[in-house]
Design a protein around this ligand. Structure first.
Ligand SMILES: C[S@@+](CC[C@H](N)C(=O)[O-])C[C@H]1O[C@@H](n2cnc3c(N)ncnc32)[C@H](O)[C@@H]1O
Length: 342
């Protein structure tokens, strides 16, 4: 997706809240942490819940994502995860930027696979590949291609895979890598010569090109700061994603490339594609604000009621079209050198 350096604001008069509000999903901010479920392998490593509330919300979101996609005239390829839709939409429907040939037949590892949507799609697109998705929580997608499998595994523990990989992928792991260079080094050791590592993630925090975030989106700014501080307190500091390319080079990767995409928080931009991207992300963001409640109650000492009230303010700021917020989404990939010929 070609992106403008400066995102122009849509200043057409109208409701200052993004339209998804009226037609949108209703996500209760009152869900107690205690009623939600979390992964059990190496408990406490990942702070988002893995329960049915999330799954139900997600499927609701997917319906909206599909609707948004049809605005673009694309085909109706099945999707099962909104965040995946946002990112692949921004990437012109690509799953990766690493130069993987159409005939690719290597072993692939998806770190922190989540719902498994990236892994199953990759396996479908590259039927000669063999894809393994690993996560702390079980992954049970409705459709699993024959060349795809899932395992409950902690990638921060010793890797015991029998064969090397040709491609290792990780996405949206900003709070899930305690020591990114160490994980990149482990990936390097487990790649075949010539194999690729690709990491796609958000660069924290959100920002705006003008003063609108500081002036009209204060709760959102505060949320960004507190999410970062609280996550660190829980032992899961946000990684400095902007340094990933340099870290990969330090580990020994070559041909390291980086691309950064801007993703708006709601449909405030004038450009049609950017507007659609923001509208899609809005739904994801409203869900994320609620799902991260644990940070405020467990790490920052908020009562459940206070956390809910704060989240209400944050969600209003997220929906406010006068807040021209966006974030940088970073895609970094690098190659393990081919064996030196003697
Ligand atoms: C935000 S989700 C991203 C899911 C997926 N990569 C995507 O982009 O759709 C992060 C996932 O990483 C998993 N995770 C976190 N730490 C992990 C670890 N040490 N080992 C394996 N999985 C981990 C979490 O359980 C969660 O499913």
């Amino acid at each position: 997706m070609e992106q403008p350096d400066f995102i122009e604001v849509d200043d057409t008069p109208g409701d200052k809240n993004a339209s998804q509000l009226e037609h949108g999903i209703s996500i209760s901010t009152g869900t107690e942490n205690e009623e939600r479920t979390y992964h059990t392998l190496n408990e406490g490593k990942y702070m988002l819940p893995n329960d049915e509330v999330c799954k139900a919300t997600r499927s609701n979101l997917v319906a909206k994502a599909e609707k948004a996609k049809s605005l673009d005239g694309s085909d109706g390829h099945q999707r099962s995860d909104l965040q995946h839709r946002v990112i692949t939409y921004a990437l012109d429907d690509k799953l990766q930027l690493a130069p993987i040939p159409d005939s690719f037949s290597g072993n692939v590892l998806d770190l922190g696979t989540g719902s498994g949507i990236w892994a199953t799609e990759f396996a479908s697109r590259y039927p000669s590949s063999t894809v393994l998705g690993i996560d702390l929580s079980p992954t049970n997608p409705s459709f699993i291609p024959q060349n795809c499998s899932f395992r409950i595994e902690d990638y921060e523990e010793e890797w015991k895979h029998s064969a090397p990989f040709s491609f290792i992928h990780g996405r949206a792991l900003i709070s899930c890598l305690k020591n990114p260079p160490q994980t990149f080094a482990t990936a390097y050791q487990n790649l075949a010569p010539g194999g690729w590592l690709e990491i796609q993630d958000i660069i924290w925090p959100f920002k705006s090109q003008d003063e609108s975030l500081a002036e009209k989106g204060k709760p959102l700014l505060q949320w960004c700061e507190q999410a970062q501080a609280g996550s660190a307190k829980l032992g899961r500091p946000f990684a400095d994603v902007s340094r990933y390319a340099a870290m990969m080079e330090e580990v020994g990767f070559v041909n390291v490339k980086q691309r950064t995409l801007k993703i708006p928080l709601n449909d405030w931009p004038k450009d049609r594609r950017m507007k659609e991207l923001g509208a899609l992300f809005l739904e994801n963001m409203l869900d994320a604000v609620v799902a991260l409640k644990k940070i405020w109650t467990f790490a920052l000492g908020y009562s459940s009621e206070d956390a809910d009230a704060f989240m209400g303010e944050v969600r209003s700021a997220v929906r406010n079209r006068e807040v021209h917020a966006y974030f940088d989404f970073n895609i970094v990939y690098g190659q393990k050198p081919d064996e030196v010929q003697s």
